[in-house]
Design a binder for this molecule. Structure first.
Ligand code: AMP
Length: 112
């Protein structure tokens, strides 16, 4: 598995405030929240970024989105935004695939 911070969280080697856990995915609160709800959904599998996903990952990616919907519901959110930063130029800093779940305040468009 990857040796990123999120790989360590997935292996239980670093603490995180988990809000969901299953055999394929974890969701935990972002340490530097950009909205009242800011949760990260990650696969246990080490995939560096979204663009590395292939059709063989379709079910896993669909599962991550379902987990994102579920944690948003748990947080009482009707309106929320899912964000995947793909690559450093798009703002990705941790190279273990993750979906940001953001909500709890008005979200402007376009994003920065
Ligand atoms: P990105 O910039 O899309 O790669 O997102 C990485 C996110 O991970 C940022 O929003 C960080 O605040 C968050 N982050 C970094 N380290 C941790 C950690 N140990 N636990 C929870 N969130 C983290």
């Amino acid at each position: 598995m990857s040796d990123t911070i999120f790989g360590k969280i997935a292996r239980g080697e670093l603490p995180a405030e988990l809000v969901h856990e299953d055999d394929r995915a974890l969701a935990f609160r972002d340490v530097n929240p950009q909205a009242p709800t800011h949760i990260l959904v990650i696969p246990r599998q080490a995939i560096a970024k979204l663009s590395e996903c292939t059709p063989a990952d379709n079910e896993l990616v669909g599962h991550l989105i379902q987990v994102a919907n579920q944690v948003a519901r748990q947080e009482g959110l009707d309106d929320y935004r899912l964000v995947v930063n793909n690559g450093a130029g798009a703002g990705q800093t941790v190279f273990h695939l993750h979906i940001h779940v953001l909500g709890g305040r008005p979200l402007g468009w376009p994003p920065g």
